[in-house]
Design a protein around this ligand. Structure first.
Ligand code: UDP
Ligand code: MG
Length: 329
């Protein structure tokens, strides 16, 4: 690949925060120290900054962010009007990190190894426009999370969706790749599925996933399922096609069953089997409900997309230069 090297970037580190009051002080200190180290080493420019996005927290996360933005010149804060979810918060951060050549997104809980950021920047300077943070090991995640994540990845691959295995939302984007990502205007957003579609030169950087530094996960099972559903319905229509194939398969089986019944009747003179009828009835009803549900999921998504509602609202900004324009939601 013919890569065009980049100079040391003005870096923006975007961190979505939802009820992260406990972890915020650790995050600010560790990220701040790391960013200032990178500035001292001339790996990134002195105007680099951290942009915290408060996703409508109900604790004092925003108060902490805004105090930090007043105290440190390298901190900026963005407050969404209410909780819009991790993906929307991340998008708000990316859209408002216009004063940067490269943008790293990372979670607030320090599970992702911040030392990988330096390697991501080096990869950017070598000419890559997208650098994926990939978990080399995720021993600190529960067996349940690991298994469901792997199953989900395999299912997505089976349905033809390109995704980087063991990569979440820890990545570097060049300003150009970020602008390209923001051209996807869908409401039903699944960022880690869209980034590979952007298609600029990309590389992977491996790291070990650690324990959450403080506080509890903000991704309960309900939100994990919602994200998985967003991922599937926003990236592929394969489930709809699957219904057609299953329907055709069952149709073929029912023809076979009828032929068997006729043969049995001709040999034995009668056809019995209430239990068989009940089983088939239950199976078919279940399958029809499931199919209807899948179709409904897509119809619902069309309904939501047609409204073109804004994906988030920005309530407040702190630490931004005056007259910095707000990006469209
Ligand atoms: N988050 C968010 N909005 C939400 C849920 C989570 O901005 O509605 C943020 C959260 O503060 C964290 C990141 O998304 O910075 C990932 O969440 P978490 O670490 O709790 O997820 P897990 O690692 O347990 O999957
Ligand atoms: Mg986490």
């Amino acid at each position: 690949m013919n890569l065009k090297p980049n100079p040391a970037p003005r870096l923006a580190i975007v961190i979505p925060c939802y009820n992260e009051s406990e972890v915020f002080p650790f995050c600010l200190r560790e990220m701040g120290d790391y960013l200032n180290d990178m500035i001292r080493q001339n790996l990134v420019q002195a105007e680099s900054y951290i942009l915290f996005v408060d996703d409508g927290s109900r604790d004092d996360t925003w108060q902490q962010i805004s105090a930090a933005a007043k105290e440190h010149s390298f901190v900026r804060g963005l407050k969404l009007s209410c909780n819009k979810g991790h993906q929307a918060a991340l998008l708000a951060g990316l859209a408002n990190a216009t004063q940067a050549d490269a943008i790293v997104s990372i979670d607030a809980d320090l599970q992702d190894d911040i030392n990988a950021i330096g390697r991501m920047v080096q990869s950017y300077m070598a000419g890559h426009e997208v650098v994926y943070g990939v978990r080399a090991s995720r021993q600190t995640d529960t067996a349940f999370k690991r298994t469901t994540a792997e199953l989900f990845y395999r299912m997505m691959t089976f349905m033809g969706v390109k995704q980087v295995f063991n990569h979440a939302d820890f990545r570097l984007l060049s300003q150009r790749a970020c602008a390209a990502l923001l051209e996807y205007h869908e409401r039903n957003i699944y960022i880690r599925g869209l980034v590979p579609l952007v298609g600029f030169p990309a590389e992977e950087v491996f790291y070990d996933r650690k324990e959450r530094k403080a506080g509890i996960s903000k991704y309960p099972l309900r939100k994990m399922i919602a994200l998985a559903m967003e991922g599937i319905t926003s990236m592929t229509v394969s489930p709809l096609r699957l219904i057609t194939f299953v329907g055709a398969g069952i149709g073929a089986i029912s023809v076979l069953l009828v032929l068997c019944a006729i043969a049995y009747w001709m040999l034995e003179g009668y056809v019995s089997g209430w239990s068989l009828v009940i089983i088939v009835l239950f199976f078919m009803t279940g399958l029809q409900m499931l199919s209807l549900g899948i179709v409904g999921e897509y119809v619902g998504k069309i309904y939501l997309e047609t409204k073109e509602r804004p994906r988030y609202h920005i309530e407040r900004k702190e630490g931004f230069p005056v007259n910095h324009p707000s990006a469209p939601a």
